[in-house]
Design a protein around this ligand. Structure first.
Ligand SMILES: NC(=O)c1ccc[n+]([C@@H]2O[C@H](COP(=O)([O-])OP(=O)(O)OC[C@H]3O[C@@H](n4cnc5c(N)ncnc54)[C@H](O)[C@@H]3O)[C@@H](O)[C@H]2O)c1
Length: 307
């Protein structure tokens, strides 16, 4: 089976590429290295350095006749999307459409899409959110992810291309970029082991649901199966606040940094937590890695790979 993984030099998709290669798939990667890293690229994959918006995408699809696309390339910073909604839409909506049109033109059977739990639901009416929770994205990033889900529905109804949209909660683990705005786990660990001072935004009581990257990879392997189709949360159903993460990581890294709180970031959701009951009931997926265990594995990784 021939599969194209977009964003395969990035944090999450590079783990997915490794798993697909281990499963014996013929894997191609498109990445423009805007945030991806060359050392993340599995040497057994065929790397095409290209922007998903490039008009050459169609030629590539014509030549390679992919069976499946796994679409992870994106502008993935929620705060950046608030300041730059046009750039966000150009990548996350128009770039996706460029891929979906080529998929339609050249016989792709299925699209696996990296959507988002927290940003698509917005402020929640109930906790944890299931897939039927109202979608009220309150950022250009969340709007673009939801738009992709709607387009995927359209391509299925009108052109028969199947899809799986995986609504991840906050993903963490080895290889996450510790220098971005998002990814509190990687940011804190990197600062703690390099001896600089992490800052907790606001009172640190905002909560999120954190899923370990290996569990996300497991969902992407499952999504290859013909009987898996539609929208699924990929979540743990458990929320943790930032203070808890700070204190746990301080212990794990043996850091002597202080607990310092800065300004709260405007527009941050207070609580976000999702249930993955649907994907468990229908296909048996559940997270294997407990939060403390995942944090400990991530600390071990960053100790060996300080960036
Ligand atoms: N990290 C999370 O917690 C999280 C949660 C929900 C959804 N997601 C989604 O998962 C996907 C991967 O996120 P990540 O955390 O691994 O981020 P990442 O920034 O590490 O990976 C994104 C990859 O896409 C590439 N890319 C970006 N724009 C591109 C373009 N125009 N053309 C080609 N390549 C491009 C980047 O170079 C990078 O390699 C994204 O779609 C993101 O929105 C992430």
């Amino acid at each position: 089976m021939k599969i194209l993984v977009t964003g395969g030099a990035g944090f999450i998709a590079s783990h997915i590429v490794d798993a697909y290669i281990n499963a014996g798939l013929d894997v191609f990667i498109i990445d423009n290295f805007s945030t991806g890293r060359r050392e993340n690229v599995n040497p057994k994959a065929t790397l095409i350095e290209m922007d998903i918006n490039d008009e050459k995408v169609d030629e590539l699809f014509k030549k390679e006749k992919f069976d499946i696309i796994n679409h992870h390339a994106a502008q993935m910073d929620v705060r950046f999307s608030v300041d730059n909604p046009g750039f966000d839409a150009a990548t996350n909506i128009l770039g996706s459409l460029n891929l979906y049109e080529s998929a339609k033109n050249h016989g792709v059977k299925k699209i696996i899409f990296a959507s988002t739990g927290g940003a698509v639901y917005g402020e929640q009416d109930y906790f944890p959110a299931d897939e039927n929770h109202p979608t009220r994205p309150c950022s250009p990033y969340g709007i673009a992810k939801l738009a992709n889900e709607k387009y995927l529905f359209y391509y299925k109804e009108v052109y028969g291309i199947d899809h799986v949209a995986l609504r991840y909660v906050n993903v963490y683990g080895p290889k996450q970029n510790p220098h971005g705005e998002a990814g509190v786990v990687a940011i804190f660990i990197n600062k703690m082991i390099s001896g600089s001072q992490p800052i907790i935004n606001g009172d640190g009581l905002n909560t999120r649901d954190y899923v370990y990257v290996a569990d996300v990879v497991k969902a992407n392997l499952l999504a290859l199966n013909e009987n898996v189709s539609g929208i699924y949360n990929v979540a743990t159903g458990i929320e943790h606040d930032v203070n808890f993460i700070f204190r746990t990581l301080k212990e794990l890294t043996k850091s002597d940094c202080k607990e310092i709180h800065g300004e709260a970031k405007a527009g941050e959701q207070r609580r976000s937590v999702c249930t993955s009951g649907k994907i468990y009931k229908e296909h048996g997926w559940k997270p294997d890695v407990l939060f403390n265990e995942g944090l400990s594995k991530t600390v071990d990784y960053f100790k060996k790979n300080l960036r």
